[in-house]
Design a protein around this ligand. Structure first.
Ligand code: 13P
Length: 251
């Protein structure tokens, strides 16, 4: 009943020329019809990518958005209202690089989550533990706390219009992928935590796995019962590799 989703997070990569090339590669892909495919370019290139992907059916999202829904005096930020006008449908909230390098807290992320939903921009909430936390046996506690932050602020029904991405920090950009069973265990716990509050919301929400996903390991990960697709970093910068990952989600 859940449609798989494969989303490419381009992070802070790209130039006008490389983005044009990647967009052209995406246009030429044969994509499986049952899979929602999305890309998250740097904000500077969102318009270019939306123009380049016209009619392709690939969803475009933003990697970040402001704590307030509307445009205003907030230097350096982009408002959900502006992203929606540009044609964005999704926004990443709480990627570990923003939590760790920029210092975004659960309080700030709650405001971003709500501001996005207020304008109809669907948040993709990113959660995940560090290696230190995993080795201390704290994975479910950390992920549970990141999820609770939203549930306590807005109620579990906020996830009727959101996506969750589980991205263990130790697997991001390292080549270390969680095993399908490790990822499934955390995904089952996430869905269980939501189900304890609302079974319907839990059954419907798409749970993506992220962390060194590539064409060679995607099918095995996506074959797990609670893994509904992936959030892809490095491998999404190559259109053919990304297309192969999308096809793995369609099988
Ligand atoms: P990699 O696929 O490069 O490990 O990155 C994952 C990620 O952070 C996606 O948001």
């Amino acid at each position: 009943m859940r449609r798989p989703m494969v989303a490419g997070n381009w992070k802070m990569h790209g130039t006008r020329a490389s983005v044009a090339e990647l967009t052209e590669g995406l246009r030429n892909l044969a994509l499986p019809s049952g899979v929602e495919v999305a890309v998250f370019p740097p904000a500077l290139f969102i318009n270019q990518v939306i123009d380049g992907l016209a009619d392709k059916g690939i969803i475009v999202g933003a990697q970040n958005s402001a704590v307030q829904p509307e445009q205003g005096a907030l230097t350096g930020e982009v408002a959900p209202e502006q992203l929606v006008e540009a044609g964005c449908k999704l926004v990443l909230i709480g990627h570990s690089e923003r939590r760790q390098i920029i210092g975004e807290t659960d309080q700030v992320l709650n405001r971003k989550f709500a501001a996005a939903q207020a304008k109809g921009l669907k948040p993709v909430l990113c959660i995940g533990e560090t290696l230190e936390e995993r080795e201390a046996g704290k994975t479910l506690e950390v992920v549970g706390r990141q999820l609770s932050s939203i549930i306590e602020a807005f109620g579990v029904k906020a996830f009727a219009n959101a996506v969750i991405a589980y991205e263990p920090v130790w697997a991001i950009g390292t080549g270390l992928t969680a095993t399908p069973q490790q990822a499934q265990d955390v995904h089952a716990a996430i869905r269980g935590q939501l189900a304890a509050e609302d079974a319907e919301v839990a059954a419907k929400v798409q749970l993506l796995y992220g962390g060194s996903v590539k064409a060679a390991n995607a099918a095995e990960l996506f074959g797990m019962p609670d893994i509904d697709g992936g959030l892809i970093g490095g491998a999404s910068l190559n259109a053919d590799e990304f297309g192969a990952i999308c096809r793995a989600a369609g099988n």
